[in-house]
Design a protein around this ligand. Structure first.
Ligand code: GPW
Length: 820
């Protein structure tokens, strides 16, 4: 039922009031940003009521709670999504219309909270949406970075990183500061051991440390149409002494300044690395900071209603989003032993039944390893516990595999002077899951083989998913309306309903409607691109889209080399038929990742040449969308015909963009990698374009060698021509060195075994052939429409509602709550 606050007249009045209270101005004189804030505060009122009701139900029914711990939550904007989940979007839109205000424009006033890099952070946000919608008690635990992901500007074709101060003009409308729940977090110093007469045990006391105060800010997570509001709790830092006089008195001026600095730096900025570990001390500080605060809070909350801390796991699960939160394992041990008085064995029993770990990558450079020196200096007590975990675990391994030091070398938590966080997460938890079937198989058979053999019961797969509420209902209102017309509204909370669209795949009227909606979304995106990039594109051309983080393994380079190849073909054979195509890219590169940045420059320069060549009559366009982020992603997915999912097989753990495209009726052009395998299984290979080496073939080359990119260069004139154009100045205003590094990365004639590690040349021709199949199919309008409809119809499996229900059934064992 609609909350009375959203009744049009009431709502209009409230907005007027709010504008007056907040800005001492009238609605007529207020600017869009002020109106946006006023609308948020009116909506927030409703949310807070439901929030309190949810808390009340949680207190009364005492359900088990999952704490989803993540360094990243890439939520995207709140206002539109909150209105939709409160089922008040239409009403509010009309009310604002009557005031002469466009809700879309108001939504555009909100900046994206970009507290994440890419897939991993967005997954966390989708999971929170599904948890609230399914009615499970959950907390997201994260960090309130003052600067999230940078804003990307493209200047002269180069990426420029601009700080994005998302909290400027007085914080974020939907958040709530909760100073009463502050926690102290200690770093450094040393551990003093002292015998305790009373307990007969040693006390471990951290002394000479620095500390900061962790202050929580709560963001509401609104469930769809069910009154449930869960909490995303992000931690900010404040100095503990605030230059209080006692520090001066003690002559501890230096420490006061240092603690002040610690508080300022620790939450300052999100590390902009995706699938890459930078190994910086500050990063480990961030990890311990939010984990210690979250674990302390969870235990405190548990103890309010429960006597026996040994039963913690009956009411709490800590799900660790990759290894970034893995200090939760020794931190929980520390609190249980040092503060709750449990023995090692008791604490270990609780910890290993409370913690669970999700792995998101097999890329070696992403594996977190911390030098002992750094780890033990920063977290002296926690390190002692890690050492003991390692000692006991190695003992177990030696008992089970006598005289097999190879097992220790692979499985030890501490080895070669480093703490290995994945090993700690596996040993210290009760569940290890991969994020797509293929990925989990690779973990079990290769990357984590020894662990799998020793403890197979811990391993399980949870294929990723996405929330259809943001990526269809909000991002693509036209298609959302069409789906509802054909299968009813239930798909919003049960995406398997989309299956009912299958019967319309061959229906001419349905095909025409579907393609017309796609066309209108292409017009909408073309307008955005015109406004933001100044490039004119033709909505009748095929929109071929690759949007994701820039990484060599994701192979944006394969895509742009193929564009260069097409351009050569069109120039050489202008008479041949060619269906107009717009290649759309969007990608941020990590600030220190030089090769990724130069691929961005290459894409822009290729666009610069091709887009201005009038002789090709607009057949080919290349656009790079600046500052790819959740808000413009919603427009992009809705408008795509072709979804580029072309990672080197075995490298993309799952991918989730692939699912968002599918849901919006784009056809996948991809390798048999990550969740692409399951997408094809759902929709049928004839409704996708699959190419390239398989994961087994790639891993076989990696293990046994035998791949030589030079062969392709020597034997294939098309490939040779494109590669030579990287170093002949064609796309660099005559500069023969601008793209030399990229050329070398593909060929490296000195050391071919280190060349083309992502098998771009091996896959080039089969990619080009798949692209020809794309064009052929697009020429057959009915065939394309059929496949597009089937993609939307078969996307049901990829709802994060399904994923979350599987986590609940297999790992978390939560019960649902109901809020009236
Ligand atoms: F390296 N992913 C990501 F595993 O976006 F930690 N950032 C990361 O740092 C990592 C993984 C990490 C992505 C995977 O690349 C993608 O395949 C997957 O769909 C996504 O996590 C969510 O599981």
């Amino acid at each position: 039922m609609l909350n009375p606050i959203f009744k049009k007249e009431k709502f209009k009045k409230s907005v007027r009031e709010e504008v007056k209270n907040l800005f001492r101005t009238t609605l007529e004189e207020a600017n869009s940003h002020q109106i946006y804030q006023a609308v948020c505060y009116v909506v927030k009122d409703v949310i807070i009521d439901n929030w309190m009701k949810t808390q009340k139900v949680m207190n009364e029914t005492d359900p088990k709670i999952v704490y989803y711990m993540s360094m990243e939550f890439l939520t995207g904007r709140y206002l539109g999504n909150n209105l939709l989940n409160l089922t008040a979007y239409g009403e509010v839109k009309e009310a604002l219309d009557e005031l002469g205000i466009d809700l879309n424009a108001i939504e555009d006033e909100e900046r994206d909270p970009a507290l994440g890099n890419g897939g991993l952070g967005r997954l966390a946000a989708c999971f929170l949406d599904s948890l609230a919608t399914l009615g499970y008690a959950a907390y997201g635990c994260g960090i309130r970075y003052h600067y999230g992901m940078f804003k990307q500007e493209i200047r002269d074709g180069y990426q420029v990183e601009v700080p994005d101060n998302w909290l400027k003009d007085g914080g974020y409308p939907f958040e709530l500061k909760r100073p009463e729940y502050a926690k102290e977090i200690k770093f450094g110093g040393y551990v003093r051991v002292s015998y305790n007469q009373e307990t007969g045990r040693n006390d471990f006391i951290q002394e000479g440390y620095q500390s900061v105060r962790a202050i929580p800010y709560d963001l509401p997570v609104v469930g769809y149409n069910n009154n449930v509001v869960n909490t995303l709790r992000i931690w900010d830092a404040e100095a503990i002494n605030d230059f209080q006089l006692d520090s001066f008195d003690k002559g501890d001026y230096h420490k006061a300044v240092e603690q002040e600095n610690l508080a300022r730096t620790i939450v300052e900025v999100l590390y902009p690395n995706d699938n890459h570990m930078a190994g910086k001390e500050l990063r480990l500080k961030q990890q311990y900071f939010f984990i210690s605060a979250s674990v302390q809070t969870a235990i405190q909350k548990y103890k309010k209603n429960h006597g026996d801390i040994r039963k913690l796991y009956e009411k709490i699960t800590f799900q660790m989003n990759d290894t970034h939160p893995t200090v939760a394992v020794p931190e929980l041990m520390r609190i249980l032993m040092d503060e709750e008085g449990l023995t090692w064995d008791e604490a270990w029993e609780v910890t290993t039944r409370t913690c669970a770990y999700t792995n998101h990558t097999i890329m070696a450079e992403a594996l977190e390893k911390w030098p002992i020196e750094l780890f033990s200096r920063l977290l002296p007590r926690v390190y002692q516990i890690v050492e003991e975990i390692n000692r006991r675990f190695c003992e177990r391994v030696r008992a089970q595999y006598p005289n097999n030091e190879e097992k220790i070398r692979k499985m030890a938590v501490i080895y070669d002077g480093q703490v290995r966080m994945a090993n700690l997460a596996i040993v210290g938890g009760y569940s290890v899951n991969g994020v797509a079937r293929l990925h989990t198989e690779i973990l079990e058979k290769r990357e984590l083989k020894d662990f799998y053999e020793m403890m197979p019961e811990k391993f399980n797969n949870k294929t990723n998913g996405i929330t259809q509420r943001r990526f269809l209902l909000h991002g693509n209102p036209l298609l959302a309306g069409w789906v509802t017309e054909h299968v009813g509204k239930e798909w919003v909370t049960d995406l398997s309903r989309n299956k009912g669209l299958t019967v319309y795949a061959d229906d001419e009227k349905a095909q025409a409607e579907f393609m017309n909606i796609k066309y209108q979304n292409k017009v909408r995106l073309a307008k955005y691109i015109q406004e933001h990039n100044g490039v004119e594109i033709d909505p009748r051309s095929i929109f071929d889209v690759q949007v994701k983080r820039l990484h060599e393994y994701k192979r944006q380079l394969l895509n742009i080399l193929h564009v260069m190849y097409l351009y050569n073909k069109i120039k050489e054979h202008p008479e041949l038929p060619f269906y107009p195509r717009t290649f759309i890219f969007g990608a941020k590169a990590s600030a220190g990742y030089e090769r990724a940045k130069s691929i961005i420059k290459l894409i822009n320069n290729v666009g610069g040449v091709i887009n201005h060549d009038e002789t090709i009559k607009g057949k080919l366009k290349v656009v790079f969308i600046e500052d790819y982020r959740v808000s413009n992603a919603e427009l992009i997915f809705a408008a795509a015909d072709v979804s580029e999912q072309i990672s080197t097989a075995s490298k993309e753990a799952s991918g989730t963009g692939n699912m968002k495209f599918m849901l919006n009726g784009a056809l996948t052009l991809g390798t048999m990698d990550g969740a692409n395998v399951e997408i094809v299984e759902e929709v049928g290979e004839e409704n996708a374009f699959i190419f390239g080496l398989t994961a087994d073939e790639v891993m076989n080359y990696e293990q046994n060698g035998g791949y030589n990119p030079m062969q392709y260069f020597n034997n294939d004139p098309d490939i040779r021509q494109v590669l030579m154009q990287l170093i002949n100045g064609m796309y660099s205003g005559g500069d023969m060195n601008m793209f030399r590094d990229i050329y070398n990365s593909l060929l490296n004639t000195q050391n071919s075994s280190r060349a083309d590690m992502y098998f771009i040349l091996a896959d080039f021709k089969s990619y080009a052939a798949a692209q020809e199949r794309v064009e052929a199919k697009y020429r057959n309008e009915a065939a394309w429409a059929r496949s597009a409809i089937l993609n939307t119809a078969c996307a049901g499996k990829f709802s994060s509602d399904r994923t979350i229900q599987e986590y609940v059934d297999d790992i978390w064992k939560l019960e649902r709550i109901t809020v009236k």
